[in-house]
Structure formats: structure tokens, C-alpha cells
Design a protein around this ligand. Structure first.
Ligand SMILES: Nc1nc2c(c(=O)[nH]1)N[C@H]1C(S)=C(S)[C@@H](COP(=O)(O)OP(=O)(O)OC[C@H]3O[C@@H](n4cnc5c(=O)[nH]c(N)nc54)[C@H](O)[C@@H]3O)O[C@H]1N2
Ligand SMILES: Nc1nc2c(c(=O)[nH]1)N[C@H]1C(S)=C(S)[C@@H](COP(=O)(O)OP(=O)(O)OC[C@H]3O[C@@H](n4cnc5c(=O)[nH]c(N)nc54)[C@H](O)[C@@H]3O)O[C@H]1N2
Ligand SMILES: [Mo]
Length: 762
């Protein structure tokens, strides 16, 4: 189904109120949030410091900052993230006295986080089923004891979420490897892992190849499987600028996302006063969920057909010859693929795909952006490789205004990987690390998220430490993951706010409260700052300005050093406390271990930071063949049994991952609830249901284990037949741990076969 940008729902009566993204309502709502959460003066001051050379990096998304940082380089959802951290509410020892864990377990994620900032270390007491205060020293001693007692270092699991700074991440991986394990599952495993795997195979580097400047030069920007209006609002500025100067923007998404259709810039008073929105997408292709591989292959087929009709005028033959391998096999495979199959499996007509192919051929410079709509699928890796195939056909890699742009999620998820937070570290990295710190790091690969959950399920006695995040809620198969955590000898959560993971405890459990990104971090050596890397490989400094939520809080590096001293007994050749006292020493070590960080301490002084570089951008292909690699991929058959539909789990406009700010999803027209499922109207009718009915949702996997959620409200929505959508994390209980993207092992959170039936509980 192809849609002209017409922001009304075609699927039903309910959320047909889709509006242009941005504008006054966006600004109004961020300010409301801000005032509700914190002292308004402090927040106003904080917001002025977001993404400024002298301020802190926005703890929201990983979209880069423009070089000319105007006074307000923040967006509605960035403002929410800042305000959420700066709340005046506190979770004190008295709170835990009042609320046993069995009570906390009954509360919603929204309620838990709304209680405010964690202020002191707490240890779980099984007898009273309550968290009780623990001195920092006692908490570290317990972790040290448990880590020393494990019979094998691979029984330790070090999870990382993507807000952790480069400095903390580097120290954290050093701790784990010094202990002897590469068990570093991280939120990347749940997020852009498929992009990393696909890009590394195809172009030798697992990161995006474009910089922000490229958006000023692109003639065509394809946004596929991403909802920037909600999740990367500052990207809309680039899309709007591009649209205004005549570049084409094509969206491929099963859901008609208002934020991809039109945009009003909240910082441009003119547009806001007149209410004039800039149309964004010039073409909107409503593919089937998981239909992107077929769709992209169809576009490639058109491009190859056009070349056959006018040889030498469409493909970049010189580029293909000099820079790539595998073209002939790829092209043969595409030619042999049937249009009927492409149309059936993508849900798009040959004509729709020809339109996109014509845009592609007419454009000199093309950028393709994507996010979770592609990565969290069984066929994610070949799908992303098909994006690269398409780009390679006309040399759209390593050229100004063109390239691959996986848009990252967490503000430092990319930096954490660069720092070595990975279960599969490279040999060069390990040997440098060993050389610089005089020890022998383990070379055995460790476990990513799903493998760690399986191991913890199977073998009791692991020690699980989480540097941020909300492991229990963000992972699939909620019940099994809970059992895996409960099987642990010790679970440790380093957190800023209370969340579901604190209610799922191992035999012993600790909550260690830490400073947030927005807060001042002063050690005995003076004020410290940290660094982060954005989605486009820019590394820059971040320095918190707000007073800490409590004097008791420690920084992440201080907590890591405390654990290290407790494990290694203080006599370790690595001086952990010294590093945690002076982050410039950590940066010196990073410079010695990781290429690209030469003169690190000096260069983060530069306003805007520095570019880490990307070999593929320079057309240096560090693949096995030394060339960029085309690959053929067969279109999978995604047909479901007649009674099933395919469900994707999404973010609302009022959440940051498992952090739920509020119960509205403004652009999609939803108010006051999250227990809903969006379904095509005809699919509802076929089941004797109408919008507003209560339904139960059950997923279906080969293991036959019943996984269901009950009493959700069905909402008719403009989705293709056979496609449904609902919110993450409420629907995570439906995702089987065994259902993963091929090769990247990313849980297939947007590829869930379900039946939707009238609720038994209604
Ligand atoms: N405000 C806010 N900002 C965020 C976050 C947040 O929760 N809140 N999270 C951060 C993180 S960690 C991440 S990873 C990013 C996530 O950013 P997104 O990837 O934009 O997030 P999702 O809500 O998961 O939305 C995925 C989009 O993909 C579409 N989609 C789903 N399946 C398919 C498919 O098969 N094909 C196609 N073509 N499209 C599909 C959905 O309709 C939806 O529009 O955002 C980051 N920024
Ligand atoms: N079904 C489904 N599941 C998904 C997804 C999906 O689209 N669908 N998306 C996946 C994706 S893309 C991601 S990235 C993961 C996210 O998974 P996580 O990164 O594990 O989860 P978050 O919700 O971002 O973590 C929120 C918690 O982090 C803590 N926190 C916040 N700031 C800080 C800080 O500065 N330091 C520390 N130490 N802690 C802090 C707070 O206590 C807060 O409660 O979820 C994944 N899970
Ligand atoms: Mo993410």
C-alpha cells in the first residue's frame, strides 16, 4: 500500500487525529513535564546547558549536535529526559521500609520511576522482603566476596546500558577482563547489533558512514524502520531543511507515523505562529512488517532493469569495479527473483517500488537511515545488507551527501562499544589492553544478552552486575528472564531510578545509586567531565551542572573502582582509585589502547569535539576481500497461519525505553493508556471485534510455551492487513528468548506472530 502524505488514519475511527510533529504542542508539553518534575529555575538552567560546548550531552538520543549550537539545542523528548533526572522526589530508606518488594513488584514501571531518585545503597533482606540501607563499603565488600567465590570468571555477567560514559565504560570493561571474562552483554545486543553485524560484513566497519553535514548535501534520504518524530526529534530539523531545499524524503514504514509526514520547527517562531508545517515525506511506502528485504530487493531489481534498458547510464560501473566484490552473483540473483514474490512479501506494488527506484536513480547523493524497525527482525542482517547493496549500485558510499546511517538509540551506546563493551572483543584491542595494563585479558568470547539469560537460567550461581538500564524489563520473555535473575547468587543494579529490575532479586541483591549525566561530578582532584560518542562518530565532552540528587551518590567510575578494590584486595597493579579520581588518566589509557583517540584529553577541549573517522567513508574497505561486498539474499516466506497477525513493539511519544514518562502517545492520538494494540480495521472485523474492544494477545512459537497478555484495548489503525503494533516493554512477555535475528541474536521484538481474540477477562 502506498500512501501520499495525508496524515489521517485510514484504518479506523480512533487515532485519526495525527498531527504535524513538533510545533507549539511539543514545546508546551516539554515545559509541562519540566515544571512537574523539578524546580523550574534549575530546569531552565539545565535546559540551557544541553548539548552546549560547556554543558552536558543530552541523556536522550544519540543524534549528533550541529556545529552552530544555537541557544536551544534540545527537543521535547530531550527536555523530558533532563527533567526526569532532575526531579525533586527521592526514594529514601523510609520508602523501602514502607514498600516490601512484593508490593513494588505489583507497581507499574511508570509508578516505580516516578518515585524519584535513588539516594543511598540498599541491600535486599529476604526475611522482611525489604531493601535496607547498606554502607558503600559493605556493599562493595559483598560484591568482592561473591565475585571471589565464583568458580569460573565466566559466572560473572556485566551488563551495560547506553548512558554510561566512555570513561566509565572503559573502566568497567577493564574490571571484567581483569577478572577474566568477556561477558559484556549490553543494550546494543537488543538494539543495533544487526546493523553492526551487517555493516561489518559488507563494508568492514559496524558504524554509520555519514556525518551531519552529509544531510545538507543529500538529494534523497530514505527513512526506513524508524520513527524520528518521537525518538530522534532533532533529526527532523535535518529532514525539514532537506525537504525545504528540494531533497526527496521517502519513508518506508508499516505505520503511518505523523512525525514522518509533516513537521513544525518549535524554534522557528514564524512557522509556529502561522501553524505552517513542512511536509516531510514525498513518498510513504506502507510495507508489511518484515517486508523490507523484499521491498529493497524490488528497488534493486528496478535499478538493474533500468540499467539493462539504458546500459552504462544507471549503475556506477567504475565504483563497482574498483571498490566492490560479488556484483555479478547479486545481480543474477535479483534478476531471477519474481515480481509476484516481491509484491506479496513486501506488501507493496511493483509500481510503488518503481517510484522509489526512480527517485534513487534520479539522485546523485543518497542517504539511507534506519533503526529498530529493521534490526529487531529475524531477517535483519540480510535486510540491512540489502540496503548496502542498493547504496553500492550507484557508489553511494564514501561520498559527500551519501551513505549508510543506522540511527543509534541511547546517547552513548556507540561509545560504549568503541570502549570495548562487547562480548566479542577483537584481538588487537585485547592485546593492547593487556600490554598497557600488564595482564592477560581473556580471549574466549563472552555472552551477549540472550545467551547470558540462558546461562543464568540453566546454571544457578551467577553474579550479575548492571551498569544502568533495566534488564528485567528491556529483555524478551519476561518470565524466563525473571527466573534467570532470581537464579543468580547476587544481582547488582547501578541505577539512578527505581525500576522493574530492582524487584527481581537474586539470592542477594544490591541497589547502588549513581550520579546522572546532568549532575556535577567532583572528586578529590576537582570537577570531572566525561566524554561520549554520538551516532555519527563525533566524540565530545559532557559535564554535569546540576547539584547531585544526594551527597551519598557516587559516580559510575567510583563505583567500579570500589568494586575492583573489593575484588582484587587493594594490592592490584592497576590503581583503580587514582583513575576514578582523575578521569583524564582514564582518557590517557583509552588513548593508548584504542586507535583514533590520539591527544584525547586535548581534543575533547575542542568545541563540538572530534570525529573518530570511518574507514568505509574513506573507501578503505576492511573486509575479508578488501572490497565492499555485495550479497544475494533470498526473500523469506513470511506467510502466517490465517488466524495470526504479526505484531511489532514500539515506543510511545511519552517514554524513554522502559522509562514511561506518561500515558499519552500524542502523535498517534492515544491518551491515558498503554495497554493497547493497534490493528487494521478489517482484521478486527474479521475477528468480530471493533475498536475499543478488550482483547487477549497470545504469541506462537515452536516451543509451544503459552505466552499471553490479557485485557488490552484494540485500536483500529492505519496499518496494512496482517500487521499489529503495541508498546514496549508491556508486550515483552510475548517475545520468545529463542526468537532472534539470524547471526546478530537480537530478540525479534518487532516480529511476533500473535492471535488476537476477545478478552477472556472482559
Ligand atoms: N523519546 C525517546 N527517544 C528515544 C528512545 C525512546 O524510547 N524515547 N529510545 C532510544 C533508543 S535506545 C533507540 S534504539 C531508538 C529507537 O528508535 P526507533 O527505531 O524509531 O524506535 P521504535 O519505536 O522501536 O520504532 C520503530 C519504527 O519502526 C517501524 N517498524 C517496525 N517494524 C518495521 C518493519 O518491519 N519495517 C519497517 N520499515 N518499519 C518497521 C515502526 O512502525 C516504528 O515507526 O530511539 C532512541 N531515542
Ligand atoms: N519489546 C521490545 N524490547 C526492547 C526494545 C523494543 O523496541 N521492543 N528496544 C530495545 C532497545 S533498542 C534497547 S536500547 C533496550 C534498552 O534497555 P536498557 O538500556 O536496559 O533500558 P532503559 O529503559 O534505557 O534503562 C532505564 C534505567 O536506566 C537507569 N539510568 C538512567 N540513567 C542512568 C545513568 O546515567 N546511569 C546509570 N547507571 N543508570 C541510569 C535508570 O535506573 C532507569 O530506570 O531495550 C530493548 N528492548
Ligand atoms: Mo536502543
Amino acid at each position: 500500500m502506498s500512501q501520499q502524505p495525508n496524515p489521517t488514519s485510514t484504518g479506523g475511527d480512533k487515532p485519526s487525529t495525527a498531527k504535524a510533529a513538533g510545533g507549539w504542542p511539543a514545546l508546551g508539553s516539554s515545559i509541562k513535564h519540566t515544571l512537574k518534575q523539578a524546580g523550574s529555575l534549575q530546569i531552565a538552567r539545565s535546559l540551557l546547558k544541553v548539548n552546549q560546548p560547556e554543558g552536558f550531552d543530552c541523556p536522550g538520543c544519540a543524534w549528533p549536535d550541529p556545529q552552530d549550537t544555537s541557544a536551544f539545542e534540545f527537543c521535547e523528548n530531550g527536555a523530558k529526559a533532563v527533567a526526569w533526572e532532575a526531579t525533586r522526589n527521592r526514594v529514601t530508606a523510609a520508602f523501602f521500609e514502607q514498600h516490601p518488594v512484593c508490593d513494588l513488584r505489583q507497581r507499574s514501571g511508570h509508578w516505580l520511576e516516578s518515585q524519584g531518585r535513588l539516594v543511598e545503597p540498599m541491600r535486599y533482606d529476604r526475611v522482611s522482603d525489604r531493601y535496607k540501607p547498606s554502607a558503600w563499603g559493605d556493599a562493595f565488600a559483598l560484591i568482592g566476596k561473591r565475585l571471589r567465590a565464583i568458580d569460573n570468571p565466566d559466572r560473572a555477567v556485566f551488563y551495560t546500558s547506553g548512558r554510561t560514559s566512555n570513561e566509565a565504560a572503559f573502566l568497567y570493561q577493564l574490571l571484567g577482563r581483569r577478572l577474566g571474562t568477556n561477558n559484556f552483554p549490553d543494550c546494543s545486543n537488543l538494539c543495533h547489533e544487526s546493523s553492526g553485524v551487517a555493516l561489518t560484513e559488507a563494508i568492514g566497519v559496524g558504524k554509520g558512514t555519514v556525518t551531519l553535514e552529509d544531510f545538507d548535501h543529500a538529494d534523497l534520504i530514505i527513512v526506513i524502520g524508524q520513527n524520528p518524530g518521537t525518538n530522534h526529534p532533532r533529526m527532523l530539523t535535518e529532514l525539514q531543511k532537506a525537504a525545504k531545499r528540494g531533497a526527496k524524503i521517502v519513508s518506508v514504514n508499516p505505520m503511518l507515523e505523523p512525525g514522518l509526514m509533516a513537521f513544525t520547527h518549535p524554534q522557528h517562531a514564524g512557522a509556529m505562529l502561522t501553524g505552517k508545517a513542512t511536509p516531510i515525506s514525498s513518498r510513504y511506502l506502507q510495507a508489511l512488517i518484515g517486508g523490507d528485504l523484499a521491498a529493497l530487493k524490488g528497488v534493486c531489481k528496478h535499478v538493474l532493469d533500468a540499467e539493462a534498458e539504458a546500459p552504462g547510464t544507471v549503475l556506477d560501473h567504475k565504483f563497482i569495479r574498483e571498490h566492490t566484490r560479488g556484483f555479478d552473483a547479486f545481480a543474477d540473483n535479483v534478476r531471477l527473483t519474481d515480481w509476484a514474490l516481491i509484491e506479496e512479501q513486501s506488501g507493496l506494488s511493483k509500481q510503488d517500488l518503481a517510484g522509489l527506484a526512480d527517485d534513487y536513480i534520479a539522485s546523485k547523493r543518497v542517504i539511507v537511515c534506519w533503526a529498530m524497525g529493521l534490526t529487531q527482525h529475524k531477517h535483519a542482517v540480510p535486510t540491512i545488507r540489502m540496503i548496502v547493496n542498493l547504496l553500492l549500485l550507484r557508489g553511494n558510499l564514501g561520498r559527500a551527501g551519501a551513505g549508510a546511517c543506522p540511527v543509534r538509540g541511547h546517547s552513548n551506546v556507540q561509545g560504549d562499544r568503541t570502549m570495548g563493551i562487547t562480548e566479542k572483543p577483537g584481538e588487537a584491542f585485547l592485546s593492547k589492553l593487556g600490554e598497557v595494563f600488564s595482564f592477560t585479558p581473556p580471549t574466549r568470547h563472552g555472552m551477549g544478552v540472550v545467551h547470558a539469560i540462558e546461562a543464568m537460567l540453566q546454571t544457578p550461581g551467577h553474579v550479575f552486575i548492571a551498569m544502568g538500564g533495566n534488564f528485567a524489563a528491556a529483555t524478551p520473555d519476561t518470565d524466563r528472564t525473571a527466573r534467570a535473575l532470581e537464579n543468580c547468587r547476587l544481582t547488582v543494579q547501578v541505577s539512578t531510578k527505581l525500576n522493574r529490575s530492582h524487584t527481581v532479586v537474586g539470592e542477594d541483591a544490591l541497589i547502588l545509586p549513581c550520579l546522572g549525566r546532568t549532575e556535577r561530578d567532583v572528586t578529590s582532584c576537582g570537577p570531572q567531565r566525561v566524554s561520549v560518542e554520538d551516532s555519527m562518530s563525533m566524540v565530545h565532552a559532557s559535564e554535569g551542572r546540576n547539584p547531585p540528587a544526594s551527597e551519598t551518590l557516587r559516580s559510575e567510575p567510583a563505583i567500579i573502582a570500589g568494586i575492583a578494590d573489593a575484588v582484587f584486595g587493594g594490592g592490584d597493579p592497576i590503581d583503580w582509585q587514582q583513575h576514578a579520581g582523575d578521569y583524564s588518566l582514564i582518557r590517557d589509557a583509552i588513548e593508548r589502547v584504542i586507535p583514533g583517540f590520539e591527544r584525547f584529553n586535548e581534543r575533547i577541549e575542542e568545541p563540538g569535539g572530534f570525529y573518530l573517522g570511518n574507514s568505509a567513508r574513506d573507501r578503505a574497505w576492511t573486509t575479508a576481500s578488501g572490497r565492499a561486498q555485495f550479497v544475494a539474499a533470498e526473500i523469506p516466506d513470511l506467510t502466517l497461519p490465517a488466524d495470526q497477525v504479526r505484531l511489532m513493539t514500539l515506543r510511545s511519544h511519552d517514554q524513554y525505553n522502559t522509562t514511561v514518562y506518561g500515558l499519552n502517545d500524542r502523535y498517534r492520538g492515544v491518551k491515558g493508556r498503554r495497554d493497547i494494540v493497534f490493528v487494521n480495521q478489517d482484521d478486527l472485523a474479521e475477528r468480530g471485534l471493533v475498536s475499543g474492544d478488550r482483547v487477549d494477545i497470545e504469541s506462537h512459537y515452536a516451543d509451544g510455551v503459552p505466552r499471553r497478555v490479557e485485557g488490552f484495548e484494540a485500536v483500529a489503525y492505519a496499518l496494512p492487513r496482517g500487521c499489529a503494533a503495541g508498546y514496549f516493554p508491556e508486550l515483552n512477555p510475548l517475545v520468545s528468548l529463542a526468537s532472534r535475528a539470524d547471526r546478530s541474536h537480537t530478540p525479534t521484538s518487532k516480529f511476533i506472530p500473535v492471535t488476537i481474540t476477545r478478552s477472556r477477562t472482559a
